[in-house]
Design a protein. Sequence first.
Length: 78
Amino acid sequence: MGGLSIWHWLIILAVVAIFFGAGRIGNVMGEVGKGIKNFKQNLADDEPKKTPDAAMTPPESLSAPLPQEQTKSTINQG
């Protein structure tokens, strides 16, 4: 009662093969294989490629203006 034996799996496989046909199961498994292959390729494409120059220079859009020097007169007025 704990699990399915090999005979149970063979009967289930036979019923699935009768309902869907061997050709359709082969097509479905081929599509699953293509999907896994595309998924792996997309993961490899998404990895950032680091170059030494890119790691050392900040993007132009993130550069902030430098703060202005405060003089004694502006500090005392506030």
